[in-house]
Design a protein around this ligand. Structure first.
Ligand SMILES: [Fe+2]
Length: 356
């Protein structure tokens, strides 16, 4: 009989890198000549940011940040293992990895068969571990997972969404990526931080979170004075919640135990122009977090694409379907945590809902 578990986590790319370079995104931004020196001067930063940065470019703070995150990933993994899912479905962004100039679908269900996922060999630019860069586990290019697909469940979901008037795209094989974009790969790598393995059949559902910057900025870092020719927007937060609500209802009528996973950090410094891309919009994140904890789904539904873009919260569109799904199921939030940081690009939220 079907049962649904809702989980939320981060896929923060620099967690895959050693502590010595975990603050790499901020270091890149501090080299941006188009950002005023006064903004880049630590004297003018929030106190917590100065403490994290300290006198070592955030290296000691990186170890603490890693320890905090790994603890949350272990806790989420335990909930997943306790649930014993038949299939894990992940909502994540595609940052100019599988989808490029030839097609950018708002939502896609990847109905892949089993595949070999090589996290380091297949890594692309936005994963920050491409071209043989070191990784935190000291693993080489041969490291891989035999990732199980679950095409029957994927096709069941696609059919259900289309019959519900959500005209979702689907694919049976990758386009521009050799396996899965980092939003999905990192979710697996971090849920498997202790390298016990990953045997759960997995369905990836990419969302075009980057909208106006998916092609123009190649879904990643630019200089602040780059003149981008912007792309059309992402799907709206409300539409993403509708996708999630319908996904939950469709799987609730299925024969499978399904874990629904939202994969992304929240506000990203490198997308937050109002902070000169130096640190994330923690105030905006805290409001969303409070609304999530209180079950105030209307607050989430009322967010606009512009709200998310201004606060560098593009990737929270991966969490909107989870919120929509949990509301549709009446699922209770069992546990959540908010890991705040200024130096390490993004705040990270973790959540576990009671299975329904
Ligand atoms: Fe991402």
């Amino acid at each position: 009989m079907a049962e649904i578990l809702g989980l939320g986590l981060s896929h923060y790319p620099p967690l895959s890198t050693p502590d010595s370079i975990m603050s790499g995104i901020l270091r890149y931004t501090l080299n941006d000549a188009s950002i005023p020196d006064s903004a880049k001067d630590p004297k003018n930063w929030p106190a917590q940011m100065r403490r994290e940065w300290a006198d070592d470019l955030g290296v000691k703070a990186a170890a603490q940040h890693r320890a905090q995150l790994v603890e949350q990933f272990r806790r989420v993994r335990q909930s997943l293992d306790d649930f014993k899912p038949d299939v894990v479905m992940i909502w994540g962004d595609d940052q100019y990895e599988n989808f490029k100039e030839d097609i950018v679908p708002p939502f896609t269900v990847l109905a892949y068969e089993d595949m070999d996922l090589y996290p380091w060999r297949h890594a692309q630019n936005s994963s920050m571990v491409d071209n043989g860069k070191p990784n935190a586990w000291g693993e080489g290019p041969e490291k891989h997972y035999r990732l199980k697909g679950q095409r029957d469940a994927a096709k069941y979901l696609i059919s259900g969404l289309i019959k519900s008037d959500i005209d979702v795209s689907y694919a049976y094989k990758p386009l521009h990526h050799s396996s899965l974009a980092h939003a999905f790969t990192n979710a697996i790598l971090y849920l498997d931080y202790d390298r016990v393995g990953w045997d759960y059949p997995t369905i990836a559902v990419p969302i075009n979170c980057y909208g106006s910057k998916v092609i123009s900025a190649k879904g990643f870092l630019t200089r602040m004075d780059d003149q981008l020719v912007l792309d059309p927007p992402s799907p709206s937060p409300a539409r993403c919640m509708q996708l999630g609500a319908l996904t939950a209802k469709i799987f609730a009528d299925s024969p499978w135990r399904v874990a629904l996973v939202a994969s992304s950090s929240w506000s990203h410094a490198f997308l937050c122009d109002k902070h000169y891309r130096l640190y994330p919009d923690t105030t905006a994140d805290q409001k969303l977090y409070e609304a999530m904890v209180q079950g105030n789904f209307d607050y989430w539904r009322a967010q606009t694409t512009e709200d998310f873009d201004i606060s560098g919260q593009q990737e929270i569109l991966n969490w909107s379907p989870l919120l929509g799904a949990m509301q549709a199921l009446g699922a209770k939030l069992n546990w959540s945590s908010f890991v705040e940081t200024h130096v390490f690009n993004s705040n990270k939220v973790f959540a576990v809902y009671d299975p329904v």
